[in-house]
Design a protein around this ligand. Structure first.
Ligand SMILES: Nc1ncnc2c1ncn2[C@@H]1O[C@H](COP(=O)(O)OP(=O)(O)OP(=O)(O)O)[C@@H](O)[C@H]1O
Ligand SMILES: [Mg+2]
Length: 340
């Protein structure tokens, strides 16, 4: 597959996902849409619980069964809609064409098998005809590529014998083994200390440059987004509230939630110990979403209709969309100065 630069390699449209819970069926993701242009990095950002991982697991068709379900929407990839794809065909896509680094590395590594065995399995699954000797040398090469010292020795070890940072590198190696078109990295560095975090980010960027893969990078850290992403999708309570190219989003954040996230980011240009702003209140419970805009009870800029109707997405600049009543026009609308 070789889409032209800027053509979307992956398009998520109106995705809605729910879970069966003790409170009944609840919507965790509600109408999420975005495009991932070929060769680019898209950041998916938002507070804990806003639906980032659920969106990723839906693309991979790995929602927990039987409680999780895709209720509506499409995931377009290489002329297919992954949402309705039969499970066997999805197996050819998963890992081979679209790969994922999971938020919890231990959930994806099997504790009872040596690292070499697990990595070799990925190669054998995706490149069936590869002779054993070739598989082994590719495993070594891949571990070297993700910066793992003494790879021959590592291949003989079990996951619990190596550090968290090394495990995350092994996960990255496994996700990259099949040379996917798209890599979804779900908070791949959150559990690691900062120096290792920086190394892993540099490594992912490096691999992306050399392989041309497209990347969905999930994080709640806007600093990381600024460093590695081309564009950003901001999620709040299961919905996309704003999306824009990264420089545009940082220069002209429109949604009050995005501005709140940016204001709560530590900055070097402020005096030391300057107080960081926080967004008041809490993310609403899935079973008790407020009517209207889901952010309105935490927002300092509400209009009367915010509590009544959900806002529609409005384009405020090329590629920059925001879902807020302040940009929906009407007599109180204030979007005019940013309109194209
Ligand atoms: N298996 C499940 N059953 C019920 N609810 C679930 C399940 N998995 C996720 N959820 C709910 O769906 C919502 C979105 O969860 P998700 O894991 O996508 O959040 P997230 O944005 O990835 O957060 P974090 O930054 O903490 O990883 C949350 O309210 C979560 O409690
Ligand atoms: Mg998550």
């Amino acid at each position: 597959m070789n889409p032209a630069k800027n053509d979307p390699v992956l398009s998520v449209r109106d995705l809605a996902v729910s879970f069966e819970t003790e409170q009944g069926r609840v919507r965790a993701v509600d109408g999420v849409s975005f495009d991932l242009p070929a060769g680019e990095t898209l950041g998916l950002v938002g507070e804990s619980g806003c639906g980032k991982s659920v969106t990723a697991l839906s693309i991979m068709r790995l929602l927990p069964k039987p409680s999780g379900r895709i209720d509506a929407g499409h995931v377009h990839f290489d002329g297919l809609d992954l949402v309705g794809l039969p499970a066997e065909r999805m197996q050819d896509i998963r890992g081979r064409r679209i790969s994922m680094i999971f938020q919890e590395p231990m959930t994806a590594l099997n504790p009872v098998h040596r690292i070499g065995h697990q990595l070799a399995e990925v190669f054998q699954l995706h490149f069936e005809a590869l002779p054993a000797r070739e598989v082994r040398s590719r495993c070594v090469q891949l571990l070297e590529r993700v910066g793992i010292p003494a790879p021959e020795q590592r291949l003989r070890e079990y996951p619990h014998q190596i550090s968290g940072g090394m495990r995350q590198r092994v996960m990255i190696a496994m996700a990259l083994a099949a040379e996917p078109d798209v890599l979804i990295a779900d908070e791949p560095t959150t559990a690691l200390d900062v120096t290792i975090q920086a190394q892993i980010l540099a490594l992912i960027a490096d691999l992306q440059r050399s392989t041309g893969m497209s990347l969905v990078f999930i994080t709640h850290d806007l600093g990381v987004i600024a460093e590695i992403c081309d564009r950003v999708v901001v999620m709040y309570a299961g919905r996309v509230v704003e999306s824009a190219p990264v420089t545009e989003l940082f220069a002209r954040p429109c949604h009050p939630y995005t501005r709140g996230l940016l204001a709560s980011m530590p900055r070097l240009d402020l005096p030391p110990k300057a107080r960081l702003t926080t967004i008041r209140g809490m993310v609403p419970d899935l079973g008790r979403m407020p009517p209207g805009c889901r952010f309105h009870n935490r927002c300092d800029e509400t209009l009367p209709r915010c509590a009544e109707q959900p806002p529609q997405a409005v384009q405020v600049a090329p590629d920059h969309r925001v879902c807020c009543h302040r940009y929906n026009g009407g007599e109180e609308g204030v979007a005019r100065e940013t309109a194209p």
